[in-house]
Write a protein that binds this ligand. Structure first.
Ligand code: ZN
Length: 250
């Protein structure tokens, strides 16, 4: 098949040559795919907006010997608010890199695609990009089969977690105080953080902005879910540096 059409979202762009742009596109059937948009950086190019970061549309792609090329795009949504708001840009860039890093080429998943699209739509509108993004992270981990264990000790299975509780990225969830000695890289977790993570896991994106959470608990869950995903990544994501600068509280 030399030519195929798929809906997709641009996760990454890279300039090459004088005016070309290579896009990494995430699609429900092909997973991650790389294709070049020839002349996309020329001001009058038909690809100017349709091959930018986060562009969502129907992509017509030609299979090439070494690199595929985009022959046409029917742009559906460009998500301008994710480009115009620096904080939202930082969150969306982080999620795009996270998916690009953790998903393989050819590994399509309709549920994950729909989840990403919903996340981007809600992120565009929400006044609370932080909680929406942690919700995406925990749901994403779950889709990949890494749902953090929050109901019982990940080491011994104990369900009574009324005493001190810790989070272990290596064990993949909570661990009880008796299993904590000798476990490296663990951190203590508050009740509030556990309940908030459970709520974010269950709740639809659109309802998340109604949740009230204090800054301390927010920082706690953000740290936990990043440690959880970070354990499965081989390297630190570049977009995290940008995100941490943008969201740093004075
Ligand atoms: Zn235990």
């Amino acid at each position: 098949m030399a030519l195929y059409t798929t809906e997709g979202i641009v996760l990454k762009t890279q300039n090459i040559g004088e005016a070309d742009r290579i896009c990494t596109i995430y699609s429900p059937c092909k997973g991650k795919a790389r294709a070049v948009a020839r002349g996309a950086r020329r001001p009058r190019s038909r690809f100017v907006s349709s091959t930018q970061m986060f562009a969502y549309g129907d992509f017509q792609i030609f299979r090439g010997k070494s690199l595929d090329s985009i022959s046409q795009v029917q742009l559906k949504e460009a998500f301008p608010r994710l480009h115009n708001d620096l904080t939202k840009l930082a969150y969306a860039s982080y999620v795009a890199e996270l998916i690009g890093e953790m998903i393989e080429e050819g590994d399509g998943d309709k549920m994950l695609f729909d989840m990403l699209l919903t996340y981007m739509r809600v992120l565009s509108e929400t006044p609370d990009p932080q909680l929406i993004t942690v919700a995406f992270e925990i749901k994403f981990a779950t889709v990949l089969g890494y749902r953090p264990r929050l109901e019982s000790c990940s080491e011994c299975g104990r369900e009574d977690l009324s005493r001190e509780v810790f989070f272990s990225p290596k064990a993949g969830g909570l661990i009880c105080s008796e299993c904590s000695p000798g476990n490296l890289g663990i951190s203590r977790v508050s009740r509030g953080a556990i309940e908030l993570l459970k709520a974010l896991l269950m709740m639809e994106f659109a309802k998340i902005e109604r949740i009230k959470a204090n800054p301390g608990t927010r920082r706690e869950i953000e740290r936990l879910i990043r440690a959880h995903l970070g354990f499965r990544l081989n390297r630190r994501l570049r977009s995290l540096d940008f995100l941490e600068v943008i969201t740093k509280t004075p």
